[in-house]
Design a protein around this ligand. Structure first.
Ligand code: AMP
Length: 580
């Protein structure tokens, strides 16, 4: 399907969503007819391509089930054991939300799909916000980790890095983006961010969009700017890049465009020097029309702070995608972050949905044995029902559980729209209870309201199930910041104890019963020094996670990550009261 201009894109979205059922059947037919002969599918389909047989015989799997096949390919065996199309490399998932980093085969088709997916989304931006390709430049913060060579000789890279490497994208960089590719591919994330901010500030009059893949990265950039604006202004004033930037490719890129500009530096300095950074983004980039960055899922917690800096600019959550598949786009880009839903595009992969229980109290699966649960087709999902996403694609994933829980919020023509609910694997548990990412988010939201009158805001949190003593208990790591950054306020221990109680009270019924029966001990809040979550992120990035795809873990599972936070604890609080 060709797309001509943004109107062509809008038309295509209508066609795809109207014919969602037929397109899904066609997508599955094509995947099966190409791949039925692979070693993996032969074992279940015996060379046949019938949809009913596929549904009956092909098992629902996780990464662990496919790993032996993927490992064989990584180690040099031919990829047609799993997929027919030749592979060009591997995607490396971030592993920051679910824990483990996964390798997934990539084919030439994937880049084409991404171009189409992104093009369709851009049609919506042009319709609803601004002609992004004509109005000016995007200050999009992008970070690409170096590729890793696998024993097969093929390279593994993050999905975002592979997008940034695409020739079409690179060609569009100078005209459409403020960041030169040297800064995107700089191996040191802090040098990369410094330079991307510098280029964004130098071109501030042209910037129409400030963004990154996830909202947390935009927020991190603003906080980084809070710490480095003087240095950046000095660079702009003198036309010379700070000596702290040692990356030679970044230095070369800067030397091509930097010249002394004391007027601009003074303007920026005056803006940054003001008492409050309320609305700073709009002041620094006066032509900006919106902030792009996914604000759903684990990113919800950053929305309020980003709104503070945004000066009323809309926060736009663009799309829902993963290393496994590009799934849905937000067809109402200007809606409130809390109302965002993603309309699934039926030509991206074959999507099925595993129903999951939707009650507030128990985020427990409807049936523990998934094999017995009927998977629902894309067009047959029911409004308000939650499902776990299962993907079949042309790159060797067949009935693969992505690990995300989504809720149907409506339909656009015949294509369902989903709100992102949570990562399935992220659960806290010290006994038989399960506490999900959403349960935690709600409880933290209730408790953090108590900090407001004290002049503190919660900037980051994560959790940990401490079972080192019996009974085990939940630990919440909180990083706090003074609203006015005067560093003079004391945390009131009584309020912190009250926060613990409010959290416990806001958790689900099973938790409260277990607390009452002393099956779970009192929840603990450990307040950590400012910068602790930055250190956690730096650790994850040093282990190979792409900064562009970094999602702070909702629950800490690694010893090293725990040590990083524990070594920065400045206060520990428990509530003596039981919540029931
Ligand atoms: P990765 O494993 O690095 O490919 O990251 C993909 C994961 O990021 C998805 O499976 C989701 O858990 C999360 N994600 C991607 N897009 C969104 C979105 N729009 N809202 C919430 N979470 C998202």
């Amino acid at each position: 399907m060709a797309m001509n201009g943004y109107e062509g894109g809008l038309k295509m979205i209508e066609e795809l969503t109207t014919n969602a059922g037929q397109i899904q059947d066609k997508v599955l037919r094509e995947i099966l007819s190409r791949n039925a002969g692979t070693e993996y599918l032969r074992g279940f389909l015996h060379g046949q391509t019938d949809k009913q047989l596929f549904k009956k015989n092909v098992p629902i799997v996780t990464y662990e089930d496919l790993k032996p096949y993927i490992d064989r390919i990584v180690n040099g065996e031919t990829s047609d054991i799993l997929l027919a199309e030749p592979i060009t490399g591997f995607f490396l998932s971030s592993g920051t939300s679910g824990g483990q980093r996964k390798l997934m085969p990539v084919t030439a088709q994937v880049a084409k799909k991404w171009e189409l997916f992104r093009g369709l989304y851009e049609s919506l931006v042009i319709k609803h916000i601004v002609d992004i390709n004509q109005a000016g430049k995007r200050m999009e913060l992008m970070f690409a980790r170096p590729e890793i060579e696998t024993p097969s000789g093929l390279m593994a890279t993050s999905v975002t890095a592979s997008i940034f490497k695409g020739s079409g994208f690179r060609a569009s960089l100078p005209k459409l983006y403020t960041s030169p590719s040297e800064t995107i591919f700089c191996p040191d994330p802090n040098q990369s961010l410094y330079c991307q901010l510098l280029f964004g500030l130098i071109q501030r009059e042209e910037v129409v969009m400030i963004g990154s893949f996830f909202a947390s990265t935009v927020l991190r950039a603003i906080k980084f700017l809070e710490n480095h604006w003087q240095e950046l202004c000095y660079d702009i004033k003198t036309g010379r890049l700070s000596h702290q930037i040692t990356d030679s490719r970044c230095r070369n890129a800067a030397s091509l465009v930097m010249k002394p500009n004391p007027e601009q530096a003074d303007l920026i300095e005056n803006i940054c020097n003001c008492k409050s950074w309320d609305g700073i983004i709009r002041k620094l980039w006066p032509k900006a029309r919106y902030i792009a960055g996914i604000c759903t899922g684990v990113m919800r917690q950053y929305t309020a702070e980003l709104e503070f800096y945004s000066g009323g600019l809309p926060l736009v959550s663009s799309l829902y995608a993963s290393s496994e598949a590009f799934c849905g786009i937000n067809i109402e880009p200007l809606c409130k972050p809390s109302d965002v839903s993603y309309t699934f595009l039926p030509n991206m992969a074959y999507f099925e949905f595993l129903p999951v229980k939707n009650e507030r109290d128990e985020s427990i699966e409807m049936k523990s044995n998934n094999e017995d649960t009927e998977l629902v087709d894309l067009v047959n999902v029911k409004p308000d029902q939650c499902y776990e996403l299962v993907v079949t694609n042309s790159t060797g994933l067949y009935r693969y559980k992505v690990g995300d829980v989504l809720m149907v919020s409506g339909f656009h023509n015949n294509a369902p729209q989903f709100q992102f609910v949570e990562r399935k694997s992220v659960v806290l548990s010290v006994d038989m209870e399960k506490t999900s990412e959403t349960d935690l988010f709600k409880a933290v939201t209730e408790a953090k309201a108590l900090l407001d009158p004290l002049g503190f805001i919660l900037t980051e949190y994560t959790s940990y199930a401490d079972t080192s003593s019996v009974p085990g208990h939940y630990v919440l790591f909180w990083e706090l910041k003074e609203k006015e950054d005067k560093h003079c306020k004391e945390l009131d221990p009584k309020i912190m104890v009250e926060c613990c109680f409010r959290m416990e009270e806001s958790l689900h019924y099973t938790y409260k019963i277990y607390r009452k029966r002393n099956i779970i001990a009192a929840l603990e809040i450990r307040v950590v020094k400012q910068g602790s979550f930055e250190a956690l992120m730096e650790y994850c990035v040093s282990k190979g996670t792409s900064l562009s795809q970094y999602k702070k873990p909702s629950c800490i599972k690694s010893e090293e990550a725990l040590k990083i936070l524990d070594s920065r604890v400045i206060g520990k609080y428990f509530s003596p009261k039981s919540p029931l």
